[in-house]
Design a binder for this molecule. Structure first.
Ligand code: DAH
Length: 339
């Protein structure tokens, strides 16, 4: 009996130390200490042992049970410590690993330039407005004093949807919307997309951007126009920017002018940037034609106004020394990342 017990103890302790999982440890516990476990069976069989041997036997069985229980408890602690260690190992964060660079977006150069211009105009008290890109012939041409047979239509290769509906070729169409909806004093700028059916090259694109300006009030003169636009030129090209106004013709202004800035690369000497001219054309402008005011229900005997239109790609390209218009539309991140 004693030998059987010792063998049982050895067997049990070996199983317990070998148990690699809580499951197999529990199986070993049930096998030896459970209701039908081997040690329990032996205890139950004590009745058959001779009475004088019982105390010694009882002590031995209890000693074995205690040893097995202690081994189980020890192994249980070992296993849970191992499990915790494994979990912590998996969750470990190495704070010394360098971070992964995050690619951040940049503003498009055109938007940077437009933002700066809008800043100047809003400081001068202008509101920023928008108009539709799909337009009626009336707003893009007719109301701007460009009737159907007018030669100015030939210079603006228009995308037509129908005889009457088109993609606007100029933001000047917004002037008409504003004057229809608002009585003077009016002071607005309207940036936006315009469309002309031009083939793509270094200086042309069927889609480009303009910013229109319109001021209508009592007593507005050419001097207001010049002061406003010289202010813009100084902001874009520095305090010492020199401007000149050349007479020009636009159907919706009278008189009309184009404004040039003296080339800031050669200071008027003539260079590659200004193509030897010494001057760089910046915008078209003029005093709003009385016919246009009247068409919009504004009395030209009471009110006068000035208007201007700026090509935004041109301004942006000059500002950042970009020599190919296509770069502004290709959205190559290597190009855009430079601004
Ligand atoms: N709309 C003209 C164009 O696209 C530019 C322009 C000229 C706008 C004179 C104006 C202006 O408002 O007064 O060529």
């Amino acid at each position: 009996m004693k030998e059987k017990l010792l063998k049982l103890k050895e067997e049990a302790l070996a199983k317990i130390t070998d148990a690699a999982q809580p499951d197999s440890l529990e199986a070993a516990r049930v096998e030896y200490l459970g209701k039908k476990g081997e040690l329990t069976q032996i205890l139950r069989g004590m009745g058959e042992v001779a009475p004088e041997d019982r105390p010694a036997m009882g002590q031995m069985v209890n000693a074995v049970r205690e040893a097995v229980e202690a081994a189980i408890e020890l192994r249980r602690r070992e296993l849970s410590a191992k499990a915790l260690e494994a979990k912590l190992g998996k969750e470990k964060v190495d704070v010394t690993i360098p971070g992964e660079p995050v690619v951040t977006g940049r503003r498009h150069p055109l938007n940077i330039a437009v933002g700066e211009m809008l800043d100047v105009f809003t400081k001068m008290g202008f509101d920023v407005v928008e108009g539709p890109e799909v337009e009626y012939d009336y707003y893009n041409f007719e109301a701007l004093n460009i009737p159907k047979d007018h030669p100015a239509r030939d210079t603006q290769d228009t995308f037509y949807f129908t005889d009457n509906v088109l993609l606007r070729t100029q933001t000047s169409s917004v002037q008409i919307h504003v004057m229809e909806n608002q009585k003077p004093p009016i002071r607005v700028v309207a940036p936006g997309r315009v469309y002309r059916s031009d083939a793509v090259d270094a200086t042309h694109s069927p889609l480009f951007h303009q910013m229109e300006g319109l001021v209508v009030d009592k007593g507005i003169t050419m001097a207001d126009l010049k002061g406003t636009l010289e202010n813009l030129a100084r902001m874009l090209y520095g305090e010492e920017a020199v401007c000149r106004f050349r007479p020009h013709h636009f159907p919706f202004t009278e008189p009309s002018a184009e404004m040039d800035v003296q080339c800031f690369a050669c200071r008027g000497e003539g260079c590659r940037l200004c193509k030897g001219e010494g001057w760089i054309e910046l915008l078209g402008a003029g005093m709003v034609h009385p016919k246009v005011l009247r068409t919009c229900g504004i009395d030209p005997d009471v009110y006068s106004g000035f208007a201007f239109g700026i090509g935004l790609e041109r301004v942006t390209m000059r500002r950042y020394n970009i020599d190919d218009l296509r770069l502004l539309f290709e959205n190559d991140l290597r190009f855009l990342g430079q601004f």
